[in-house]
Write a protein that binds this ligand. Structure first.
Ligand code: ATP
Length: 258
C-alpha cells in the first residue's frame, strides 16, 4: 500500500505510578484507510487515544514525545485544538449528554469535540457559519445515521447502539480528517452491529481516515485494512488484517483471551 501517513507518533510514554501504560517508539496511521488498534486488556490502547487527542499528557520521561497530524505538530496542544486540526474521537463509554436532546448533542459537536471543554467551546465555536447551515448539516448526518426521527428525544433515551451512532454523527459535525472510535461495537445489540460496520466502511470509502480500538476480532478482521497490535504499552506487531490475525504468535501471545 502507498505510504501516506496522516498521523505520525514518536516516543510517547505515559506512566501511572509504577505502571508504564504506553511506551510507543513509533507509530504511523495511513491516510484514507481503516486501522484497528488491538491488544489485551490494559495494553494501553485507550491511554494512547487519550494522549494523542490531548485528553492526557505524556509523562515527563517521554518529553521527546512528538506527534504530527496532517503535517502539523500536535504534541503541545489541547483537546480542542486537536479536534480543530481534524482529529476527532469517540469514547468507550459514550459521552452523549443524556439530558439534552439528540439535536443539541449534534450542535455541540459543531462547536467542540472535547466534551470536557464545553464552556470554553460556547465562547469559541469551531464553526463560523450560520447556525442554520449547521442545523442543516446536523439533520443530514442524523438522517444518514437513521436518527433523524429521534432528534427531539433526550440522548439518554437512545439504545446503546444508537448512542454509538450519535457519537459518530456528532464527531462528523466538525468535518474531521480522521475519526477515532474507542470500541464502537461495545454495548451495541446485534441488530445494529451490521449497520455500524457499514457506516464505518462508508466513511472510509468517502476518504475518511479511521482508527479504532476493538476487542471483537470478527469485527476487526471484517473491516480493517491494517491492524496494529499493542501489548504492555508497546506496538508489537502490525500489518494487513489477514496477515496479522493469522499470525499464530500474535494470536497466542496477545489475542488468546479473545
Ligand atoms: P482495555 O482494552 O481494557 O480498554 P486498554 O488497552 O485500553 O485496555 P488502558 O486503559 O490504556 O488499556 O490501560 C493501560 C494501563 O494503564 C493499565 O494497566 C491501566 O490499569 C493503566 N491506567 C490507565 N489509566 C489509568 C489511570 N487514570 N490511573 C492509573 N492507571 C491507569
Amino acid at each position: 500500500a502507498k505510504q501516506d501517513p496522516i498521523l505520525k507518533v514518536d516516543k510517547i510514554e505515559r506512566r501511572f505510578g509504577g505502571i508504564t501504560a504506553v511506551d510507543v517508539e513509533h507509530l504511523e496511521v495511513q491516510r484514507g484507510i481503516i486501522t484497528a488498534l488491538i491488544g489485551p486488556n490494559g495494553a494501553g490502547k485507550t491511554t494512547f487515544f487519550n494522549l494523542i487527542t490531548g485528553f492526557d499528557k505524556p509523562s515527563s520521561a517521554g518529553s521527546g514525545a512528538a506527534w504530527e497530524f496532517d503535517g502539523r505538530s500536535l504534541s503541545k496542544t489541547s483537546a480542542s485544538s486537536v479536534a480543530k486540526a481534524g482529529m476527532v474521537r469517540t469514547f468507550q463509554l459514550t459521552k452523549s449528554l443524556n439530558r439534552m436532546t439528540v439535536m443539541d448533542n449534534m450542535m455541540l459537536g459543531a462547536q467542540d469535540q472535547s466534551g470536557e471543554n464545553l464552556l470554553k467551546s460556547v465562547f469559541k465555536p469551531l464553526w463560523r457559519g450560520q447556525e442554520k447551515d449547521v442545523e442543516e448539516k446536523a439533520k443530514e448526518l442524523l438522517a444518514r445515521f437513521k436518527l433523524l426521527e429521534k432528534k427531539d428525544d433526550y440522548a439518554g433515551s437512545l439504545s446503546g447502539g444508537q448512542r454509538k451512532l450519535l457519537e459518530m454523527a456528532r464527531a462528523l459535525m466538525s468535518d474531521p480528517k480522521m475519526i477515532m472510535l474507542d470500541e464502537p461495537m461495545a454495548g451495541v445489540n446485534p441488530a445494529l452491529t451490521q449497520s455500524l460496520l457499514g457506516h464505518i466502511q462508508a466513511l472510509r470509502d468517502e476518504g475518511m481516515t479511521v482508527l479504532f480500538v476493538e476487542h471483537d476480532m470478527h469485527v476487526v478482521r471484517h473491516i480493517s485494512d491494517w491492524v496494529v497490535v499493542m501489548a504492555e504499552g508497546r506496538v508489537v506487531a502490525e500489518g494487513p488484517a489477514d496477515t496479522v490475525m493469522s499470525n499464530q504468535a500474535v494470536i497466542d501471545a496477545y489475542l488468546g483471551a479473545h
